[in-house]
Design a protein around this ligand. Structure first.
Ligand SMILES: [Ca+2]
Length: 222
């Protein structure tokens, strides 16, 4: 995490150590408000040079903790990559910045998403549910497989593929990344259960906990 400690303009520069053919960049913003229009310009500079070239401009809606990505076409040979934030209602901060370059192994990004819902811990009738969203930054067009563990036991698997307008607005692909599971019949009533929701990484098939999981839930009939 890097935090400029103040509002735009602010920038951070990465030194790749030598001139490198860069093909893209991925960045995870940390921002408040969570969803807002921001503008970031990505500049490159070759070893020994003072002039920069504009590699990409992000101008759009970004969300706290959600990756944004760009491909540089054509790829550019640079040593320094500078991320210049020119507009944002938030302090300028990045959770992670990854420069993609040829000759380097492509980084794998783990699924991101949320296990949402009541935190009251007690739910009745049709409110006994687990829901949220999951998406793999490596390919947001693919539906991720989500599984639900109740007290550590796998009780449900299925795709996160339902549309939600707020996800589309937040830049999570076309917004078809949510899931909604009725837990009635999957958990016994009247006693607290640990509900854990995980998504399967596209590249490694590893199961990854979503944010805000596990939750403790006690279901009642009414
Ligand atoms: Ca991945």
């Amino acid at each position: 995490m890097w935090n400029a400690g103040w509002f735009p303009p602010a920038w951070i520069e990465l030194d790749l150590g030598k001139d490198t053919l860069v093909t893209g960049i991925r960045l995870m913003p940390s921002q408040v408000p969570n969803v807002a229009r921001t503008v970031h310009r990505i500049y490159g500079r070759a070893n020994g040079k003072t002039t920069e070239i504009l590699l990409h401009e992000f101008d759009g809606i970004t969300s706290d903790g959600a990756w944004i990505a760009a491909t540089f076409d054509p790829p550019r040979r640079v040593r320094y990559v500078r991320v210049d934030t020119v507009a944002s209602p938030s302090w300028v901060a990045w959770v992670e910045i990854a420069v993609v370059a040829t000759g380097l192994e492509a980084p794998n990004f783990l699924p991101e998403g949320y296990h949402e819902g009541s935190t009251s811990g007690v739910a009745a009738g049709a409110l006994c549910q687990a829901y949220g969203w999951a998406s793999d930054p490596d390919d947001r067009t693919k539906d991720l497989t989500v599984r639900i563990l109740v007290d550590g036991k796998d009780v449900w698997q299925g795709p996160a593929r339902d549309f939600r307008a707020d996800l589309r607005e937040a830049g999570i692909g076309d917004g078809t990344a949510s899931f909604w599971v009725d837990l009635r019949g999957l958990v016994s009533r009247g006693v607290p259960h640990e509900i854990r929701v995980q998504a399967r990484d596209l590249q490694t098939n590893a199961w990854v906990d979503l944010s805000q999981t596990p939750r403790t839930l006690t279901t009642r009939e009414r």
